[in-house]
Write a protein that binds this ligand. Structure first.
Ligand code: HEM
Ligand code: SF4
Ligand code: SF4
Length: 539
């Protein structure tokens, strides 16, 4: 029984060449291939740090703030009232074109950009499969955000009270009338101008301030379970985006479309397709059908994380109190705030102990890589780490690794460590290369690298995983880099010769590059070996 489990684990981590861990439907994996190809090209053009697709959530926050700041400026000059709104917006646009006009255009274009990044962010998380399991929370809190962002945008257009506002107000109330909420149809009141008084304008401008506040609150909830969320796109990307918005604002300033007049039906209106694509649909579909479409779509989005999938859920991390010193390293490294500390419960002389919150754990194993007790130099045959992945315990990993590395032949033996979500290291396995695939590269404690080099089990260690700035488990690549560069605990000690360690980050389509990097590493290692032999011969 034990032997069978051990064999299964060996198969799981040292995958035979050519096998792939597939957790998605074919259509989704095709979309993933296309996305990774596109992102690879963008990386070549902009560099990983400026690739907008790697920073969509942060860009969402950024555009939100541009909307808030530009909106606050416009609001200072905006006058609330049926006769006042349109002229005040005209004043801002024309008399104050150099600042007010630019601010109005920025407000509009940043709102449009917000919709673009919102849709791309949602699609990207879906295509990459980052919406299931413990990630359900970020996903589900994203759904009301879509509604609120659209509501705020459409509401904003009403404030101008031009012919587009007239068109979108009437279309909105006619659509809302279908719902059995109001005793009397609202659209009738609009035509008779009963509700079109200053109070209506006060109401919509109040809503235009309140809804973004609710959005901000929900955004905070959205990233609540994410450790160190990236809410800032970085200076270069932020400056580039602002410049693009400014150029667009100067070339194509946002203008009104003539004052609203309820006596004349608005025709030949230019709508903002980012926010109002639903209105033209109301011309050919009934209000009920359009409601069915948007509610059905929202419900589908909401239940998506729970729809059946082929994804095998790996058991979540577990703490072994006997080996936990309460050092908090696992808390600092977990990307999902899934480890918390509590007062010691076992009478040991430490102050605190780590506890895993199972609902938040995505089973990435990064905490195991952080734990000082994961050290393979430990003497015990069956040692335990402070925190372990039940499917891949540290003593098993050490035993398996020793076993596999002992089979390597040749002058230059390499251990290639990778991540299940990135380039498939199993495809590069050979008689001279052992390929170790982990749930995340950061699951490997640096002491394992020291161990295999110190015990002369290999001549070099190559580390790979998801592309930089695009770690499937968010922080795995960054933590690995910092640990290898001795900038983060647990650090790779100086006794590990740096020239025998190489890292190269590669997603699935980058397998050829990874292969050639591996070959060049082999050549470097062979060169240093020859030099060493020569030096030893001279002695
Ligand atoms: C404009 C609105 C939104 C903004 C500003 C936003 C922003 C963010 C940010 C900053 C993160 C953390 C990124 C990181 O550091 O790894 C995030 C994560 C996430 N977002 Fe959004 N988001 C928005 C809307 C949505 C929507 C509509 C959905 C889907 C329905 C969604 C799904 C997710 C998911 C699933 C994650 C977690 C990814 C992971 O666990 O690795 N977001 N979002
Ligand atoms: S495996 Fe560890 S690091 Fe990863 S989410 Fe779970 S507790 Fe956090
Ligand atoms: S890293 Fe290990 S020893 Fe430190 S608190 Fe976490 S489980 Fe305990």
């Amino acid at each position: 029984m034990m032997l069978l489990a051990f064999k299964r684990m060996v198969r799981q981590i040292f995958q035979p060449p050519g096998t792939e861990l597939s957790d998605t439907k074919p259509a989704q994996s095709n979309a993933r291939r296309i996305l990774l190809g596109l992102e690879g090209n963008l990386n070549r053009i902009f560099g990983n740090d400026l690739n907008p697709l790697y920073h969509l959530g942060a860009l969402g926050f950024y555009f939100f703030w541009v909307v808030v700041v530009s909106g606050a400026y416009i609001y200072a000059f905006y006058k609330t009232g049926i006769e006042l709104s349109f002229p005040s917006v005209e004043y801002i646009t024309n008399e104050q074109w150099y600042l007010g006009g630019i601010m109005r255009s920025l407000h509009r274009y940043a709102s449009d950009a917000l919709v673009v990044v919102l849709v791309l962010h949602l699609l990207r998380e879906f295509v990459l499969g980052r919406y299931r399991g413990a990630r359900w929370f970020a996903w589900i809190t994203g759904v009301p955000l879509i509604w609120l962002i659209f509501a705020a945008g459409i509401n904003g257009y009403w404030m101008v009270w031009d012919r587009l506002a007239q068109y979108s107000t009437i279309a909105s109330v006619e659509w809302l009338d279908w719902l059995p909420i109001f005793s009397e149809p609202m659209s009738r009141s609009f035509v008779t101008r009963e509700v079109l008084n200053d109070r209506f304008f006060s109401l919509i401008s109040f809503a235009h301030v309140t809804v973004p506040l609710i959005i901000l609150f929900l955004l905070w909830v959205h990233i609540m379970r994410i450790s160190k969320p990236v809410v800032n796109p970085g200076k270069g990307l932020a400056a580039g985006m602002l410049l693009a918005l400014l150029v667009l604002s100067v070339i194509e300033p946002a203008l009104s479309q003539g004052p609203a007049d309820m006596a004349i039906e608005p025709r030949n209106i230019n709508i903002d397709w980012f926010y109002m694509f639903i209105f033209p649909l109301l011309d050919s579909w009934t209000a009920g059908q359009v409601w069915a479409l948007v509610i059905g779509f929202s419900l589908l989005l909401a239940v998506l994380p729970w729809l059946p999938s082929k994804l095998k859920q790996i058991p979540v991390a577990e703490v072994n109190l006997s080996d936990c010193s309460g050092c908090r390293l696992c808390v600092a490294d977990c990307p999902y705030e899934a480890v918390v500390m509590r007062p010691r419960s076992d009478g040991m002389h430490f102050l605190e102990e780590a506890v895993v919150v199972p609902d938040r754990c995505v089973s990435c194993g990064i905490c195991v890589g952080a734990c000082p007790a994961s050290n393979p130099f430990r003497g015990e045959k069956k040692y335990m780490s402070g925190i372990e992945m039940p499917s891949m315990k540290m003593f098993d990993l050490r035993a398996t690794m020793k076993n596999e590395l002992a089979k390597l032949v040749g002058d230059v033996r390499i251990l290639l460590v990778g991540c299940e979500k990135a380039a498939d290291v199993g495809r590069l396995r050979s008689t001279t290369v052992a390929a170790l695939s982990l749930p995340c590269t950061a699951m490997l404690p640096p002491s394992f690298i020291e161990f295999v080099l110190h015990e002369q089990l290999v001549d070099g260690v190559m580390i790979t995983g998801c592309r930089e700035y695009d770690c499937y488990h968010r922080l795995g690549v960054l933590w690995t880099q910092q640990r290898l560069n001795a900038k983060r605990e647990p650090r790779l000690r100086s006794r590990a010769e740096r020239e025998r360690i190489k890292s190269y980050w590669a997603a699935a389509p980058d397998i050829k590059n990874l292969k050639s990097e591996l070959e060049s590493f082999r050549t470097t290692l062979a060169g240093s070996r020859q030099k060493l032999q020569l030096r030893e011969g001279l002695k």
